[in-house]
Design a protein around this ligand. Structure first.
Ligand SMILES: [Zn+2]
Length: 175
């Protein structure tokens, strides 16, 4: 649980060497947690993702095999205990989604960022899209799966721009 967010800063990504990795620090009930998201390669981790941690165990249970295969174990920026890193996946119900997707027929390491934008559901069709998290209400937007845009692995920033992540505070949304 987040209690207080300190100032974000940009650091060098230890995975791809890009100079636009967001580092954020939160004070939680269990102490300080740092999170990282690289705007070049799109990989993310945080200080709870140590290799024998409960956080990593839970993440692996919820993660698709293809993404598990992309896992990288690496020290955080500035050094420290080894952490597990994964490509991020972002869902913003009113804007859309970004997620890594394998390239069909290519090798395990061949994948791209896919951006899907949210489009409004016509009012007379909204009843077909019940929102399970808010019983009695319906979704007003849906993901436009017919119009995908794909970006190279090291172009996460372009994918994020396409989604409109920069219209509001990036790090707030990404977390
Ligand atoms: Zn990176």
């Amino acid at each position: 649980m987040k209690i207080k967010q300190e100032q974000d800063k940009l650091v060098i990504c230890p995975l791809c060497g890009g100079d636009a990795m967001y580092e954020s620090e939160f004070t939680t009930q269990d102490g300080k947690v740092k999170t990282w998201l690289c705007m070049t390669c799109g990989f993310t981790s945080n200080t709870t993702m140590t290799l024998d941690s409960e956080s990593l165990k839970q993440t692996l249970e919820l993660t698709a095999d293809f993404i598990k295969d992309l896992r990288k174990d690496h020290e955080p920026p500035g050094g420290g205990e080894m952490l597990a890193w994964f490509p991020t996946a972002i869902t913003m119900p009113n804007k859309g989604m970004i997620f890594p997707e394998p390239i069909k027929g290519a090798g395990k390491e061949e994948w791209m960022w896919t951006v899907v934008k949210a489009i409004p559901i016509p009012e007379d069709e909204q009843y077909k899209y019940p929102d399970p998290t808010n019983p009695g209400t319906n979704y007003k937007n849906k993901m436009d799966m017919k119009n995908l845009k794909r970006y190279e692995k090291l172009c996460f920033m372009d994918a994020a721009e396409e989604l409109g992540m920069f219209d509001r505070n990036l790090v707030e949304d990404a977390n």
